[in-house]
Write a protein that binds this ligand. Sequence first.
Ligand code: HSE
Length: 331
Amino acid sequence: MNGYRDLRIGLLGCGSVGAQVARLILEHGDELAARIGARLTLAGIAVRNVDAPRDVELPRELFTTDAERLVQGSDIVIELMGGIEPARTLITQALQGGADVVTANKALIAAHGPELSEAAEQVGAQLSYEAAVAAAIPILRPLRESLAGDHITRVLGIVNGSTNYILDRMDRFGDSAEDASRVASELGFLEADPTLDVEGYDAAQKATILASIAFHTEVPVDAVHREGITQITAEQIEAAKSAGYVIKLLAIAERLQAADGTDGVSARVYPALIRRDHPLAAVHEGKNAVFVEAEAAGELMFYGAGAGGAETASAVLGDLVSAARRHVVGG
Ligand code: HSE
């Protein structure tokens, strides 16, 4: 494996996703090097507390608290800290320094995606965030690339794994919302602040990202109509069940055309009644499913793991390999 050029990878954050990303880079190093034509060298992992327990055992010398320095010395930065700051500043610094950036940070992309994409464009760097929506499911790249020649009219689906887990357990096993939430948390599905999931903020962020890519327009996350699942009771779930329905938290983004021909976008998140024979009714536990409707392609469905450390890490690694290949092509 000698002779490969080294690409220095700076990892920011080591939670459930970050730890899996580090593991995959270290464990699959030779395979990835052969596939890329360059070696991915994990230059460091920036964390707040070097001694905090991790999901994966990783060499201690990789850890640092100096995120800025790590960013400065990296060819590709992977941001998995979450939240707006310091992620926004560090990503901007990385891009301005010419590094490619991979992130799973849906809150940041939903709020500041256009500004960060512009920073990337200015220096010819790549900003990618496939893992920000529906974790392991490839959905942003198909929307942006595979369907680039089509006219997408609607994107809808289940894009939050933890609320799907909670509603599914309540529906199929009669679990209480509290019990189901506890397990969803243990599985690493819930956000550090679970309000983001159960009040629909996380799904609204994903709806914004999906809509902006599908419809080539900015969709302000605060303008997305949002209802969560906290008001859903066991009685409602039972009533829906007896009538042949299941309750699912849906995110829907569609093109609208006013009578005068003006284009618009509608984006909303709310718990909806889905008929039990509909494919979305069969999306269980932490799984996600996204339907895309396009003028020529018709209806497409993307299905898979919508949350989880290793599952999300898979999408991060996909973006990482794509960014790394650019360095090799670019010489
Ligand atoms: N909390 C998120 C969810 C994690 O439940 O879907 C994946 O984005």
